[in-house]
Design a protein. Structure first.
Length: 368
């Protein structure tokens, strides 16, 4: 049994703990923790058990093979400036655990290869048009953003509950695109987050790293054009639309009322005064902070089918958690809201999913 310093780091940051705070909670001195973290000394089995208990991981997690930590500069975060270092590092460490799950899936199932064009020199709206054309979407509304991303090789996971202050983030990791979504938000906002992160993958790969407000604005412009193409919105004849017309029209593109309101103003289909009036009316109706009567959150075809296949073969999803050296509730965190899996009495259950797993014939057609 060999201790892994990188896993201790991931587990600690995953719980948003500094070394000093972990020392207080575990009774293990800060000096000892520093020595363990730099790999110059291994903790005893008794100390490992203490640390594992505080960090809510099995002892096996701390003694499994070293894992790569996602560096801060590799990821694009929505509203990065609003995040503390602990929030950002914690989300990235949770992401490192999700990568273990992703590798497990890729080793056993055939998933679509990545098909994300890199267009760092195009304007965001132009890039969105190119991606739509390449994927054969035309100007029609997108039925399901999560399915569409998966069909083109993006691995999609849920942000753990401890990081609900994070909207979403994305990375390229060993040439594979990944997106993490906050699945506790409304379905409409989740779709925009997914399109926003696709914008980062398309616009800010290679030498253009997402690092500030300008990149966030570009990803927003990409998402708006990708979900609500200019020609489609103009053809809908929504010029000078008030709040009631906006609420009636938003279902066509499956976007939030505020997103459509902003898009109409962006395309000069409403005046400044009309835009402000619509925002005030929608805010009074509760549409600024939520989406009353909104759509159901989009789910993952990949995770749904993989988990069902595992359950059918082993009788329990717990087998997968054991293979990853994580607790079942940790596994649930990374698929929450994306697959119909819950925890009852410490074990997993899943709603039946049909047809039986066939990864992934027909997936591209279903998703686009």
């Amino acid at each position: 049994m060999t201790f892994s310093p990188t896993r201790l780091s991931v587990a600690r940051k995953r719980r948003r703990l500094t070394i000093s705070r972990l020392a207080e909670m575990s009774g293990v001195s800060r000096q000892s923790l520093s020595v363990y973290s730099n790999g110059t000394k291994e903790p005893s089995l008794a100390t490992l058990r203490t640390l594992a208990n505080v960090l809510s991981v099995p002892v096996d997690f701390l003694t499994d093979a070293d894992i790569e930590e996602i560096p801060e500069g590799a990821a694009s975060f929505r509203a990065r400036s609003k995040l503390t270092v602990a929030q950002r590092d914690g989300a990235l460490s949770a992401g490192s655990v999700a990568l273990l799950l992703s590798n497990w899936i890729d080793d056993r199932f055939r998933l679509p290869d990545p098909d994300i064009p890199t267009l760092p020199k195009l304007r965001p709206e132009e890039a969105a048009e190119v991606v739509r054309a390449r994927w054969g979407l035309g100007n029609k509304p997108i039925d399901n953003m999560v399915h569409l991303l998966e069909a083109h090789g993006v691995r999609v996971f849920s942000l753990a509950e401890a990081f609900l202050d994070v909207d979403a983030f994305s990375i390229y990791w060993h040439s594979m695109p990944y997106v993490w979504l906050n699945t506790r938000k409304s379905g409409e906002r989740g779709r925009f987050d997914a399109a926003h992160e696709l914008g980062h993958l398309v616009l800010h790969s290679e030498d253009r790293k997402p690092s500030g407000p300008m990149e966030e604005d570009e990803a927003n412009l990409f998402a708006a054009e990708f979900l609500m193409p200019r020609s489609s919105v103009v053809a809908a004849r929504l010029g000078h639309a008030n709040a009631q017309r906006i609420l009636a029209a938003k279902a066509r593109w499956k976007v939030s009322a505020m997103a459509l309101t902003h898009r109409l103003h962006e395309l000069h289909l409403t005046t400044d005064w009309e835009y402000r009036q619509a925002c005030v009316q929608l805010s009074r109706l509760g549409y600024r902070s939520s989406e009353p009567g909104g759509i159901v959150r989009e789910s993952s075809q990949v995770l749904q089918k993989v988990l069902q296949a595992v359950r059918e073969e082993y009788g329990s999803i717990t087998k997968l958690a054991l293979d990853l050296s994580i607790n079942p509730d940790e596994l649930s965190e990374h698929v929450f809201g994306l697959a119909a899996v819950g925890i009852i009495g410490g074990s997993f259950c899943s709603e039946p999913v049909r047809p039986k797993l066939q990864l992934f014939d027909g997936l591209l057609n279903q998703s686009s």
